[in-house]
Design a binder for this molecule. Structure first.
Ligand SMILES: Cc1cc2nc3c(=O)[nH]c(=O)nc-3n(C[C@H](O)[C@H](O)[C@H](O)COP(=O)(O)O)c2cc1C
Length: 216
């Protein structure tokens, strides 16, 4: 495997910015999009449970409906791809079984070998104290996937806008999520910046390294 140079990684991390204005004529080619989707699917999650669904809204009419529900932010309609990040609102034995069976199959081991792991997850997230905060637990996992997507896109020189500026309940209605077990938490617009997006030249505002990183 070819290691990516540190300078290139640093350059791309600086290249990324929250793109406020996308060029509606520029589309992400399919082979690139497939990698971005993989970055979501391959993202880390607690226990590996993947309590999420990523909805890629391709229908322009639906995107128009989402625009006023997103503070009028034009990336919703103008970006090449628009992904709504949703989380699984309840963790249940069925989902954990699905994951255990998948693990057993992929790793060619009997599911019974994973009984201890399964019971630990159930004891923690289904019946344990964390079941009371399962919403925020699942949302946190989704944000890891969001970060993975942003970073992957930056390495590919694909622009993104992470978005919390939206009405999640109204999104759930438009996307027919009610009763599905999944709820909107945020979205990411992906595509290519418009040349007149003034934010692309704005300097990054970050606290100094020694203010945010502490070595002990
Ligand atoms: C979870 C999250 C939600 C955000 N929501 C919005 C949003 O709705 N609209 C927007 O213009 N920017 C949004 N941003 C972008 C941030 O304002 C931006 O990342 C921050 O100011 C740092 O700037 P930079 O990403 O350009 O370096 C969001 C960022 C994150 C991480």
């Amino acid at each position: 495997m070819t290691k990516i140079d540190n300078e290139i990684i640093h350059k791309q991390l600086n290249w990324r910015y929250a793109c406020k204005k996308f060029d509606p004529t520029k589309k992400i080619r399919e082979s690139d999009w497939n990698i971005l989707v993989e970055s979501l699917r391959l993202s880390a999650s607690s226990y590996g449970l993947q309590p999420w669904k990523f909805i890629v809204v391709q229908n322009p009419e639906v995107r128009k409906q989402l625009l006023p529900l997103s503070w009028g932010q034009t990336p919703v309609t103008d970006a090449s791809h628009f992904v709504v990040l949703t989380y699984k609102e309840k963790m249940d034995e069925q989902h954990i079984d699905h994951f255990i069976n998948q693990t057993a199959q992929v790793r060619a081991i009997p599911a019974s070998d994973l009984a201890g792991y399964k019971n630990m997850m159930i004891g923690d997230l289904v019946n344990g104290p964390r079941s009371a905060i399962i919403d925020s637990w699942a949302q946190r996992q989704v944000y890891i996937a969001m970060g993975t997507l942003l970073t992957t896109a930056a390495m590919m020189e694909i622009d993104t806008l992470p978005m919390e500026g939206l009405d999640p309940i109204a999104y759930d209605k438009v996307l027919n999520l009610e009763g599905s077990g999944f709820k909107t938490v945020a979205a990411v617009a992906c595509g290519y910046r418009s040349q007149d997006d003034k934010y692309q030249t704005a300097k990054k505002v970050r606290f100094a390294l020694d203010e945010v990183v502490k070595y002990i």
